[in-house]
Each structure stands twice: as structure tokens, then as C-alpha cells.
Design a protein around this ligand. Structure first.
Ligand code: GSH
Length: 342
């Protein structure tokens, strides 16, 4: 056989192999009866077991939104706690179908780990927290030269920390841990002058400290941390289900469709609302995704729109009380913008 033919055949076999082997997640999820969703081991407001032992939080609710889109049931989720290091292997190995865990979208992760980010559900940035009782004169990260800084391995945090101190000609002593609990315990015990992670993580962690009021998040944000859900590479159908679940939540907020007014909205005459809720007679909004036409209705009924999920878990209606900031809708000066659902 000539080389060209071998190449073409090889390519065709590979292409078939890839699509047959990996473009299966939606079917696998449907036959398993639940979405296996990788979450944090316990980050208040994002994903942590509540008093009733149920997973609660912004990232946990995104798992529920995808389950609602697929099954019409937000509880059809198997939550799999993952730490910063094991989260990517869990996705690669098929232990989880979806990673919904304060994970930053970067070039290297997107191109070398066999995964694909489906969007950004939280625009974040890295910050520093200090104990203001121990360090009353520090009010800027630029005063941290010589500091011992608690940081977790396997994170973008560790890399940005090195860049920031180098760029500002400052020295520091990294105190690196693998686990979240260890890092937090070391900080609380005063083994580090500062703790660094995503600002959202700092606010969540502060709530769990013995004296939250003693701890101050410094004003500098030293990086971009676009956090979002990720899926395995090579399965466009599942990627689309996850990506459009996020867009649907954002679009529902833009259209004013909420958990409370959903029934009313099902009778709306606004064509955009009718379309997103699958209420047009010739609706096909589920077809290309392999879902029913009421998949958005199910997401809103089960978890609410993007703003509701934000407020309830991490925003104004929660102990974290994080401002919408960059996560406001584009119509309110923020960056959250859904592609058109039509
Ligand atoms: N967004 C950053 C940091 C995310 C991250 O893993 N942060 C730490 C601090 S909040 C964490 O979640 N640790 C918990 C653990 O590994 O169990 C990333 O994707 O690398």
C-alpha cells in the first residue's frame, strides 16, 4: 500500500476510534441515571456539604443545572469531591463527567490535559489575606516582601505568586501544601504571614476561621482567574450540553425568567422567552443537544437563573455577600454574556 493511502486509512480509523470511543458521555450519563460531577472537597458557598449533608453551593448548583437539563431532575447528580491535584485526572479517567470546581481556564490546561473549558461562570482573580491583628501595619500586598506565604500546590496560584514577587523585586518564602485543610490549618496557626488563592476562595475561607473579623483581604488582585466548568476533550455533544446549560442560565437572568415567575413566563408572549422555554409549536431547542425542548425550563425550575444561583450561594443573599462585579450581566456593566439561544 502506498504511504498516502496508509496515512488516509490510518486517519480515518483514528477519527472513527475517537468519535466512537469518546463522544458517548451524554449516552453514558443517561444510562447511569446521574451526572458524575467533580466538586471541591469543601469550599463554603461554592461546594460544601450543608447541615443536612447535601452538597450546596454555586459550583454544586451548576452540576444540578446540567442534571436538570439532561434528566429534568436537579438531584440526578453524583457529587465527587476532588482536590486541586486530582481534579484533572478524575476527568481524564472518566471518574467524573464534568468538573465544576473553582478551576481556572488557562492555555496549558486547555491544550495539554485532554480537557476543554465550557465557559466562565465566575470571573475571579488572585488575592492575599493577612491576619490584621498579627500584622497591623500591612495594607498592601506590596508590603509583603520577605513574608512567608501559604499556598497550595497544583494551582495557578502557586505560579502567579512567583511571577508577582519576581515582577516587584520582592522576596518571599512559599509554604506549600497539597491539601486545603493543611493549608488552612497552617495559616490559622500563624505559620504564614499571608494566605494566597482566588479572591473567592479567600472570602470563603475567611468565613470558616475562628475570628473572621481579624482577617483582611488586601486590595491587590494579581491575576486573572476565569473559573469555569470543564469536560473531556473530543466529545462535542457533551461539551455543548454543558456550555449551553451555562448560557441558558445567563440568558434566563437577562430575560427576567426566575424560579418564582417560571409558570407565568411559560405563558409569555415575548418570542425570546417563548423560544428559550421551548414554548413555540415548532420548537427544536433541545434537538441538536440530544435533550427535550423543555431543558431550560427544567434548569430554571430546579436551580434558577444565573443571578439567582449567584445570590443564593455567594452573593447578597448569602454569608459571603460577594458583589457581582465582573460577574454582573453585560447589560449591567459586567462580563456575563450568553450566546444567542435561537
Ligand atoms: N483557580 C485556581 C485555584 C483553585 C484551587 O484549587 N484553590 C485551592 C484553594 S481554595 C483549593 O481549592 N484547594 C482545595 C483542595 O485542593 O482540596 C486553579 O484552578 O488552580
Amino acid at each position: 500500500m502506498n504511504k498516502l493511502l496508509v496515512g488516509i486509512l490510518g486517519g480515518a480509523v483514528m477519527a472513527l476510534g475517537v468519535s466512537a470511543a469518546s463522544a458517548q458521555t451524554l449516552n453514558d450519563v443517561k444510562s447511569a441515571g446521574s451526572v458524575k460531577c467533580g466538586v471541591h472537597t469543601g469550599l463554603a458557598g461554592f461546594a460544601a456539604p450543608n447541615d443536612a449533608g447535601e452538597w450546596a453551593g454555586f459550583d454544586a448548583d451548576f452540576c444540578r443545572a446540567v442534571a436538570a437539563a439532561v434528566f429534568g431532575d436537579g438531584e440526578a447528580v453524583t457529587f465527587v469531591p476532588t482536590n486541586a491535584t486530582e481534579r484533572f485526572t478524575a476527568l481524564q479517567s472518566g471518574e467524573i463527567d464534568l468538573l465544576s470546581r473553582n478551576t481556572t481556564w488557562t492555555l496549558s490546561r486547555d491544550t495539554t490535559l485532554g480537557l476543554t473549558f465550557a465557559g466562565v461562570n465566575y470571573y475571579d482573580g488572585q488575592g492575599f489575606m493577612i491576619n490584621s491583628t498579627a500584622l497591623p501595619d500591612i495594607n498592601s500586598a506590596l508590603q509583603l516582601s520577605g513574608a512567608a506565604v501559604c499556598v497550595q500546590s497544583g494551582t495557578t496560584t502557586e505560579l502567579n505568586l512567583a511571577d508577582y514577587f519576581a515582577a516587584n523585586n520582592m522576596e518571599y518564602n512559599p509554604v506549600v501544601f497539597q491539601g486545603f485543610e493543611e493549608t488552612n490549618a497552617a495559616y490559622e496557626a500563624g505559620r504564614c504571614d499571608a494566605y494566597t488563592t482566588d479572591a473567592s476562595g479567600l472570602y470563603a475561607l475567611r468565613l470558616t476561621l475562628a475570628n473572621p473579623d481579624e482577617h483582611v483581604v488586601l486590595p491587590e488582585i494579581i491575576s486573572k482567574e476565569p473559573l469555569g466548568p470543564a469536560v473531556r476533550q473530543g466529545d462535542d455533544q457533551w461539551f455543548n450540553v454543558v456550555k449551553w446549560s451555562l448560557y441558558a442560565m445567563i440568558q434566563a437572568e437577562e430575560l427576567g425568567v426566575t424560579q418564582d415567575n417560571l409558570e407565568e413566563m411559560l405563558n409569555s408572549e415575548n418570542p425570546e422567552i417563548r423560544r428559550i422555554l421551548g414554548q413555540e409549536d415548532d420548537s427544536t431547542i433541545g434537538e441538536g443537544l440530544g435533550l427535550e425542548n423543555d431543558w431550560v425550563v427544567n434548569i430554571i425550575r430546579e436551580v434558577g437563573n444565573y443571578g439567582e444561583v449567584f445570590d443564593r450561594n455567594i452573593g447578597a443573599g448569602s454569608p459571603l455577600a460577594i458583589a457581582r462585579g465582573l460577574n454582573a450581566l453585560w447589560t449591567d456593566g459586567g462580563l456575563q454574556y450568553a450566546m444567542p439561544i435561537r
